[in-house]
Design a protein around this ligand. Structure first.
Ligand SMILES: NC(=O)c1ccc[n+]([C@@H]2O[C@H](COP(=O)([O-])OP(=O)(O)OC[C@H]3O[C@@H](n4cnc5c(N)ncnc54)[C@H](OP(=O)(O)O)[C@@H]3O)[C@@H](O)[C@H]2O)c1
Length: 242
């Protein structure tokens, strides 16, 4: 049996996702680089393979159930299991805005990718994760989904007016807790990672943190030992409050 661990990272063709793929690859994983666009996925895989990483492109549009099913079938045929799932793909939809202003279609778009896509991928991968010895699921979250931080008028997080993004990521937090509860005792640990504000297309190129720094917390949660936590959210500085 092939003992190399297999990790799938969604939205891994750029940004923090690509860095998570890189760091998992450096840790010895075979990384499946999820990308909705084949050419963009291929570019990222070329870069990682040139660094000696065992990276493989996998077409994955998280809002397309057929794409999600095909990805799961491909992994099943190739490996028969999945050791790590990092649900990284997400958007801040164009036009995201304050509660009083945001278009309902914009909210729908945010939830379609950030929540329904994430749950759809997770459901499709669960049978494969349950065949791994100690699978890990990491959902990418954000301080903008934290009730503690957004609810604090002194916090910068209370000034960011993107209801679609914030509320869909708050839903991701609940998915994390509920899946962790469902899987308690199975050996599968499920946690959320807050990378902090990182310089990417989403985070803005003037952000203080690098994607490498942002990826590290997700990689730590993806490689937790058997006594690791489940149903919690972590940033670089440690456990956060929801
Ligand atoms: N950057 C930050 O400051 C920051 C802070 C807190 C949390 N986060 C979280 O960290 C994660 C990565 O963020 P990032 O800054 O690296 O974002 P990014 O640079 O915008 O990359 C997002 C990735 O998700 C993919 N994606 C978007 N919609 C998708 C879909 N429907 N199906 C499949 N893939 C899709 C994108 O693919 P395309 O290239 O095809 O668009 C891209 O690969 C996200 O979950 C984000 O919420 C980021």
């Amino acid at each position: 049996m092939n003992t190399t661990k297999i990790a799938l990272v969604t939205g891994a063709n750029k940004g923090i996702g690509k860095e998570i793929a890189r760091q998992l690859g450096q840790a010895g994983f075979t990384v499946l680089v999820g990308s909705r666009d084949l050419a963009r996925g291929e570019l990222a895989v070329k870069e990682l393979v040139a660094e000696g990483i065992d990276a493989i492109r996998i077409q994955l549009e998280v809002t397309d159930e057929k794409s999600v099913r095909s990805a799961a079938e491909w992994i099943e045929t190739a490996y028969g299991r999945l050791d790590v799932l990092v649900n990284n793909a997400a958007i801040i939809p164009a036009g995201d805005d304050a509660v009083s202003e945001v278009g309902i279609g914009v909210l729908r778009e945010a939830f379609e990718t950030n929540v329904l896509g994430l749950v759809s991928v997770t459901q499709a991968m669960l049978p494969l994760l349950s065949r791994a010895e100690r699978a890990r699921v990491v959902n990418m979250s954000t301080s903008l989904a934290s009730f503690a931080q957004v609810g604090d008028p002194e916090s910068r997080m209370s000034t960011v007016l993107t209801l679609g993004y914030n509320s869909s990521k708050a839903a991701v937090n609940m998915v994390t807790v509920m899946l962790a509860n469902e899987l308690r005792g199975t050996g599968i640990l499920v946690n959320a990672a807050d990378p902090g504000n990182c310089a990417t297309d989403m985070g803005g190129w003037d952000a203080a943190r690098t994607p490498e720094e942002g990826a590290a917390v997700a990689v730590r949660l993806a490689t937790l030992g058997p006594d690791g936590p489940t149903g919690e959210v972590y940033a670089e500085e440690g456990r956060l409050l929801w």
